[in-house]
Design a protein around this ligand. Structure first.
Ligand code: 3PG
Ligand code: MG
Length: 392
């Protein structure tokens, strides 16, 4: 992997820059700008080298269709303000775009292509699409560590058609995670939450041999609660996960890793509903699990106290509604407390988790903050991520 900072003679080169600007949005409002702020040094570096920049990113999961609510427009505006520079957002069909359409005036230095996941070819790692994108530029830079676990066109296949380099933030994250994983101290506890169940459930299996405790909260815990014979009502869940859960529990025994899941929960009748504490066997068909309960918080606090390292990705509940944010906040508070007294080393990752910690002003109390969620967990698995492998 070679960093773009090691390349000389970048002047006037057209750089295809893959970023992960997948920030949480509430309508047009960006509720957490961490992923944008972290890549500013890369943009400033490329500007200082007098390059022409074509930004590619996705936001959300439009699944190959144009969805106006998932436009990069608000993100483009935020970047313009932060860089004090015009950025032209190209909404024209990328597949009809040719190199001569771009950078026609001298003051046009940065352009942004509209959400790359509006094109079904992106997630298919499509060679034609990769060639087409490559034809727009001279050099490719991946500064989207948090997306590098996806073998998608603008992360993976594109590197076959352009000289390809890593960006500053990707260098920083990979460097830090490499160091952390080589110096890690037992007992290690990994807390996994969030709503991307299908992404994470398979990762757990590979994390079991590496850790002492895996605490499962958020969406994935719902499947376990159901597997244990409870009704989970309208809760978020993944279909046909029983065999993987069975495997997780049997592997955890042979590998001496404790799998911890909620003992009690907070339910609501809707995302805006009134919170109510429930025992696992008392959830009604019209309720959904939206947070962990007090007994669970207590249990997690004790495990944090017995750990030397905490790795955390994914909130414990639907924290966007303050009624269901308590579990996540209590986890954050305990880690922060133990971190301040130097009892633990703590690493946190993921767009939503970072957003939560920013909301409660706790982000600086962790030893390392990764922008990545799924990619962070896959890195912990010890796998070479497709996007990183492609740069090597
Ligand atoms: C993330 O938020 O983890 C990345 O942007 C990847 O998003 P994805 O899980 O939709 O691929
Ligand atoms: Mg995310």
């Amino acid at each position: 992997m070679k960093s773009i900072t090691e390349v000389t003679n970048l002047s006037n080169k057209k750089i295809l820059l893959r970023l992960d600007l997948n920030v949480p949005l509430n309508g047009d409002v960006i509720t957490d700008t961490t992923r944008i702020d972290k890549i500013l040094p890369t943009l400033k570096f490329l500007i200082s080298q007098n390059t022409k920049i074509i930004i590619i990113s996705h936001v959300g999961r439009p699944k190959g269709k144009v969805i106006n609510e998932l436009s990069l427009r608000p993100i483009c505006r935020d970047l313009e303000v932060k860089l004090s520079q015009n950025i032209k957002l190209i909404s024209k069909n990328i597949k009809e775009l040719v190199s001569k359409d771009l950078f026609n005036s001298d003051d046009e230095k940065i352009i942004m292509l509209e959400n790359i996941r509006f094109y079904p070819e992106e997630e298919k790692n499509n060679q034609q699409f990769a060639k087409h994108l490559a034809a727009l530029a001279d050099i490719y830079v991946n500064d989207a560590f948090s997306c590098s676990h996806r073998a998608h066109t603008s992360i993976h296949d594109i590197t076959n058609f352009l000289p390809s380099y890593s960006g500053l933030q990707l260098d920083l994250e990979v460097g830090a995670l490499k160091k952390i994983t080589s110096e890690i101290k037992n007992p290690i506890t990994c807390i996994i939450g969030g709503s991307k169940v299908s992404t994470k459930i398979n990762i757990i299996r590979n994390l079991i041999p590496k850790f002492d405790n895996i605490i499962i909260v958020g969406g994935m815990a719902n499947n376990i609660i159901k597997y244990m014979g409870n009704d989970i009502g309208k809760s978020l869940q993944e279909n046909s996960s029983d065999s993987i859960i069975k495997e997780i529990f049997s592997l955890s025994e042979t590998k001496n890793c404790k799998i911890v899941y909620p003992k009690d929960v907070i339910v609501g009748k809707s995302l805006n509903g009134t919170p109510q504490i429930k025992e696992l066997n008392k959830i009604s068909p019209d309720e959904m699990i939206l947070d962990i309960g007090p007994k669970t918080i207590n249990m997690i606090h004790n495990i944090i106290d017995e750990s030397n390292t905490i790795l955390w990705n994914g909130p414990a509940g639907y924290f966007e509604n303050p009624s269901f944010a308590n579990g996540s906040i209590e986890i954050a508070k305990k880690i922060t407390e133990n971190n301040k007294s130097n009892k633990i080393y703590s690493v946190v990752g993921g767009g939503d988790t970072v957003s939560l910690l920013n909301n409660i002003n706790s982000i600086n109390d962790f030893n390392f903050v990764s922008t990545a969620g799924g990619a962070f967990l896959e890195y912990l698995e010890g796998k070479e991520l497709p996007g990183i492998k492609a740069l090597n």
